[in-house]
Design a binder for this molecule. Structure first.
Ligand SMILES: Cc1cc2nc3c(=O)[nH]c(=O)nc-3n(C[C@H](O)[C@H](O)[C@H](O)COP(=O)(O)OP(=O)(O)OC[C@H]3O[C@@H](n4cnc5c(N)ncnc54)[C@H](O)[C@@H]3O)c2cc1C
Length: 286
């Protein structure tokens, strides 16, 4: 199908993009990589009067470090998340997840900012951002604010951003001594959206876990922390006994929706299996 007719505007600055959005009275959509917007136009899921292309705005690009934090500009393409050495060093969990995002053609155009702004509960990067305690740099006509990932993802395709706000960058906290990570997902075919996935970041020193964040994707309306499983692991070595307890505790954390293609019980079973695999990887990486 072809999209409905729309005006195309190419913004040169954040101020230009924000004021173009206001002039359209909100009847506009920002265009980043276009790999979610364009299919949704073609399927007539939305029909904005204007697309405001934000891909040429300088402040949305670049990967840099400030006081130990890593700042990844919103227009960073998935392929750069996969290959950039700074991300590999300071946010390796993103690189572990990136090969699971779609296919190379989509990774060449899709952006980290588009993925986080869209907040598809089946997407990899929102779960990674949650596991890493990332913060979102959001800009509006009044200025900037930083929103922790725990508060950013609100519901299916819904974030803390108001209509017209722009996600400018994602900030990753400094890597700590003993920090370990693991990512895995189950999909029907390589490159498909995950049926279930999990991103884990933890601190493992002298064989003992002192901190862990476990964030699942594709188990509910938004990326979901497994807080009971996390609590069961703190202060323990990551061995078979601890993993078994965490898998039991996961029952308290997940409540997947009814889905004729994948019943909740099957999804929970997959989540338990994935948790076992990723925790085993985590333990081995110490
Ligand atoms: C066949 C196919 C398979 C896919 N498989 C996967 C997959 O397995 N995993 C996965 O995670 N994704 C998958 N995707 C989605 C892909 O990763 C998208 O590129 C991504 O989700 C959106 O990024 P984008 O840059 O293309 O955003 P766009 O499509 O340009 O925008 C997406 C939404 O975010 C808004 N937006 C974009 N950037 C900003 C910003 N900086 N500030 C505010 N709002 C913004 C737009 O207005 C729009 O509403 C798939 C897509 C296709 C077509």
């Amino acid at each position: 199908m072809k999209p409905p007719a729309f005006d195309y505007l190419r913004a040169e600055s954040i101020a230009g993009a924000l004021s173009a959005f206001q002039e359209k009275d909100g009847d506009a959509v920002y265009l980043a990589g276009g790999h979610s917007v364009v299919p949704s136009l073609n399927l007539r899921l939305q029909a904005p009067s204007s697309l405001i292309d934000i891909s040429a705005i300088d402040t949305l690009s670049g990967i840099s470090r400030h006081d130990g934090w890593l700042r990844i500009g919103a227009m960073t393409r998935h392929v750069d998340v996969l290959k950039n050495p700074e991300i590999g060093k300071h946010a390796p969990l993103f690189q572990a997840a990136a090969p699971h995002v779609a296919h190379p053609a989509i990774r060449n155009r899709g952006t980290i900012g588009g993925s986080l702004s869209l907040a598809d509960p089946a997407s990899e990067f929102p779960a990674v951002a949650l596991a890493l305690r990332a913060e979102m740099e959001v800009v509006n006509p009044q200025g900037l604010r930083r929103v922790p990932a725990d508060d950013f993802f609100i519901d299916i395709f819904e974030t803390d951003m108001e209509s017209g706000e722009i996600l400018q960058a994602v900030w990753i906290p400094p890597v700590q001594a003993g920090q370990v990570h693991a990512f895995d997902e189950l999909a029907r075919r390589q490159g498909d959206y995950a049926m279930v996935g999990v991103a884990i970041s933890g601190i493992l020193l002298a064989g003992i876990l002192s901190e862990i964040r476990i964030a699942f994707l594709s188990v509910g309306n938004k990326p979901t922390r497994a807080v009971a499983a996390e609590a069961a692991l703190i202060g323990l070595p990551v061995n078979a006994a601890a993993i078994a307890v965490a898998q039991e505790e996961l029952e308290k954390d997940l409540d997947p929706p009814e889905d004729p293609q994948l019943p909740p019980a099957a999804r929970k079973h997959m989540a338990r299996v994935l948790l076992g695999r990723t925790l085993t990887t985590l333990g081995a990486s110490a």
